[in-house]
Design a protein around this ligand. Structure first.
Ligand SMILES: Cc1cc2nc3c(=O)[nH]c(=O)nc-3n(C[C@H](O)[C@H](O)[C@H](O)COP(=O)(O)OP(=O)(O)OC[C@H]3O[C@@H](n4cnc5c(N)ncnc54)[C@H](O)[C@@H]3O)c2cc1C
Length: 392
């Protein structure tokens, strides 16, 4: 790392790799690069782990992911098991089990098909009929007619986990700059020149981990990604007696729910709305609707008070997969953004994959489905911009 600051001028740093964006993906990449001894500067517009990565539902699940994501997700599963040794805290990560409920025969058929596909990726799922469901999870109402259970999926506290990845990278020597927005990036033929108001960073390698804003950085390098933002609704109840001993999803994604050890239930579902380029609020009607669904399925919630609501901005891509891998226009540029409401669990594995691409030029984890050039050959169906409700 070279600091080539001259008095009176903007501070200028030279490094091996510069990362834009300090969410769980950028911070994980910084940590993985430092583990390989590679010098890295991470630039974050706000505070590391304060955007999607720090305010999400906290679902750490493999069940429900598209097939293309399952190898990455399995890799992440092993990383989550090593959280304390990796980032110094357990992040309230618990393998509570993830139970996806079905409320009609079509849901159950879909859960069964998914379980067959997931088995090919070594993800064992247990299909429960109504009687088995009732016996194992008596706190779920008769509205659910069955479910699919993944014993080792679970949840964690994003507020703790995501900033901790950045702190861990910093402890290993990554130079981390909060409140440092990147306003312009140029390439002089050899290096990227990354401009922020108070700082310029020069590096031969650049990773774009700018989350819901990553497509804008890609566009600076003539790469177009049809990303649209979504704003998942989140709410949390007052502490209640413990009853919910699995993280819950619903086939079709209407709501999701978990209970933390302090007793609060965290419940998500539906969409809020943006109030600026970087801020979002939950939607009132959608929150009322999600509580109606939640209390219908979980009678213990019927008279619970809600104590907090929030939303955040997430990048969605029509095929529901992120962009991960090298640029197709600019050697030395790598992307990791657009995680479609589900990047918290796979984020740490994406960081490792990006560090491998930088270090070795390849990764053992299949990432072809996430190539940025898939949009230049995409059909008009793929380019449609429907935002579906999240599946945590
Ligand atoms: C409400 C909600 C609930 C969710 N629930 C879950 C869940 O339960 N499980 C799950 O797996 N996923 C969930 N997700 C999705 C998950 O949180 C995200 O996919 C993941 O955090 C994305 O990580 P990231 O690092 O790509 O993005 P972010 O966390 O958004 O980080 C990107 C960072 O880039 C910075 N940045 C952008 N532009 C610039 C610039 N020009 N200069 C400097 N910095 C810049 C931003 O400030 C931001 O901090 C949820 C998302 C939301 C919003």
């Amino acid at each position: 790392m070279t600091d080539i600051h001259t008095p009176g001028s903007k501070r200028t740093l030279g490094t091996d790799v510069v990362i834009v964006g300090g969410g769980i993906v950028g911070a994980s990449a910084a940590l993985a690069l430092r583990q390989k001894g590679i010098a890295v500067v991470l630039l974050e517009r706000d505070v590391c782990g304060s955007r999607s990565s720090g305010i999400n539902y906290g679902g750490v699940r493999r069940q429900g992911r598209l097939a293309a994501q399952l190898p990455l997700s399995q890799r992440a599963h092993h990383i989550w098991a090593r959280l304390p040794e990796l980032i110094g805290i357990d992040g309230e990560y618990v393998r509570s089990g993830h139970l996806k409920l079905g409320v009609c025969a079509a849901d159950m058929a879909s859960l069964e098909n998914y379980a067959q596909m997931a088995a090919r990726y070594d993800l064992p799922l247990e299909i429960l009929d109504q009687q088995q469901l009732r016996r194992r999870f008596p706190w779920i109402s008769q509205r659910a007619i069955g479910g699919s259970y993944c014993a080792e999926d679970g949840h964690a506290n994003p507020r703790l986990v995501s900033p901790a990845f950045a702190h861990a990278a910093g402890r290993l020597g990554a130079q981390i700059f909060d409140q440092t927005p990147v306003s312009r990036i140029e390439h002089d033929g050899q290096r990227f020149i990354v401009d922020c108001p108070q700082l310029q960073v020069r590096a031969p390698l650049l990773i774009n981990c700018a989350g819901a804003w990553g497509h804008r950085i890609a566009a600076w390098f003539d790469e177009q990604v049809p990303l649209q933002v979504s704003c998942p609704n989140m709410t949390v109840t007052e502490p209640l007696p413990l009853f919910m001993d699995a993280s819950i999803g619903i086939e079709g994604g209407s709501i999701y729910a978990r209970q933390v050890s302090r007793g609060n239930c965290v419940i998500g579902g539906g969409q809020g709305y943006t109030t600026s380029d970087t801020t979002a609020r939950p939607g009132r009607e959608a929150v009322l609707e999600l509580m109606k669904v939640a209390s219908g399925l979980f009678p213990a919630l019927a008279s619970a008070h809600l104590i907090r609501f929030w939303s955040g901005i997430e990048g969605n891509i029509p095929d529901r997969n992120p962009v991960v891998g090298p640029s197709h226009t600019t050697p030395g540029l790598f992307h990791g953004f657009g995680f479609c409401g589900a990047g918290f669990q796979i984020g740490p594995a994406v960081g490792e994959v990006l560090a491998e691409l930088i270090d070795d030029g390849h990764t053992p984890t299949p990432i072809d489905a996430f190539a940025i050039n898939r949009f230049s050959t995409a059909s008009s169906t793929l380019m449609s911009t429907t935002i579906v409700s999240g599946d945590e």
